[in-house]
Design a protein around this ligand. Structure first.
Ligand code: FES
Length: 100
């Protein structure tokens, strides 16, 4: 059953943050309308998306340039063809939680 996990204090990062839980890596992104969490691993060849360039709510994989919608996890550009998983995010008392 999914559980809310405390990740980081909201003020402790500006735009991106990598969270590791039991070998699972989650990439957090701060966009203009809030915080979002997706799998850190690109669905093409597993590069860390938290290191990618963020433009207008999309992240470009640093390895081959696939583009993912950070809010939905959808693929917008090849070579990746599969979306990345997204996770609910909430902030309580200044702490960021991700539901895993
Ligand atoms: S590893 Fe991300 S596009 Fe290839």
């Amino acid at each position: 059953m999914a559980k809310w996990m405390p990740v980081v204090e909201e003020t402790a990062f500006r735009k991106t943050y990598k969270y590791v839980h039991r070998r699972k890596e989650i990439a957090l992104f701060r966009l203009e309308d809030g915080l979002y969490a997706i799998d850190n691993s690109c669905s093409h060849e597993y590069s860390p998306l938290v290191e990618g360039m963020v433009v207008h709510g999309d992240v470009y994989c640093p390895k081959h340039g696939s583009r993912f919608d950070i809010r939905s996890g959808a693929v917008k550009d090849f070579p990746a063809t599969r979306p990345v998983k997204t996770y609910p995010v909430k902030i309580e008392d200044g702490m960021v939680y991700v539901k895993l």
